[in-house]
Design a protein around this ligand. Structure first.
Ligand code: HEC
Ligand code: HEC
Length: 189
């Protein structure tokens, strides 16, 4: 009887703790992880990691997608039903997740040139050393290679302009080869 009772209460405790941890996952995140991967660690080159990104940056991007300042055929429909509170909650959830393990193998010569370019262009003045990000400036360390190339190219071509001019002016000084080198360096961090 005592054994049965303690087994039952252990079961109830386990169930309660499972429910408690499930509640910390915002319900709307279920849809996001179908593309962005478990806890925002993306398995897809064109889809960015969200895990470990700054909460403030994530919130601002979701707001920009919703208000049309940034647009993407896959992402834009995803934000239509989100409230500002959902965006904050989602931002905090992914910011607290463990960043993806490094899977990209950089070309060492290109990465060295990329590092030199990053130092020359003072990228880390805003993105911090190691590209770890702060507040509204995103973490780019360990981001998907293809995604980094796509964003730098989009800033340079001014097809992404939600950056208040910071990145479009920096990217305007970069050649395509610089962008590739920078991505080898940063994706490998
Ligand atoms: C159908 C696939 C798909 C789904 C589902 C999806 N996303 Fe995305 N998401 C993308 C793609 C692709 C991009 C890159 C867009 C670009 O290249 O500009 C992106 C970009 C983002 C970004 C910008 C990241 C950065 O580093 O700038 C955020 C934030 C984001 N998604 C959050 C979400 C959230 C929150 C959800 C769930 C509500 C979600 N996504 C659902 C495909 C998806
Ligand atoms: C003056 C500050 C500043 C400098 C210098 C700067 N950045 Fe940025 N960067 C930003 C901000 C702010 C954003 C986010 C823009 C937005 O909100 O859309 C950003 C966005 C990015 C993104 C897109 C990240 C994502 O998740 O979509 C990449 C990649 C990037 N920067 C790389 C670089 C590189 C490489 C350099 C140097 C060549 C650099 N940045 C220099 C401020 C800066």
């Amino acid at each position: 009887m005592t054994l049965l009772h303690s087994t039952l209460s252990a079961g109830a405790l386990l169930l309660a703790s499972l429910c408690a941890s499930a509640q910390t996952v915002p319900p709307k995140v279920q849809l996001c992880v179908s593309c962005h991967g478990p806890e925002g660690r993306s398995p897809t080159p064109a889809i960015p990691h969200l895990a470990g990104q700054t909460a403030r940056y994530l919130y601002l991007q979701l707001r920009d997608f919703q208000e049309g300042r940034r647009s993407n055929p896959m992402m834009t429909p995803m934000v239509a039903g989100l409230t500002r509170d959902d965006m904050r909650e989602i931002g905090e959830y992914f910011a607290a997740a463990k960043p993806a393990p490094r899977t990209f193998t950089p070309d060492p010569a290109k990465a060295r040139l990329g590092q030199a370019k990053a130092e020359e262009t003072l990228c880390t003045m805003c993105h911090l050393g190691g590209f770890l990000g702060q507040n509204e400036v995103p973490r780019v360390a360990g981001q998907q290679f293809d995604y980094i190339v796509a964003q730098l190219t989009a800033f340079k071509a001014r097809t992404r302009t939600n950056d208040a001019g910071t990145m479009t002016s920096v990217a305007g000084t970069l050649k395509d080869q610089d962008i590739e080198n920078l991505a080898h360096y940063i994706a490998g961090l």
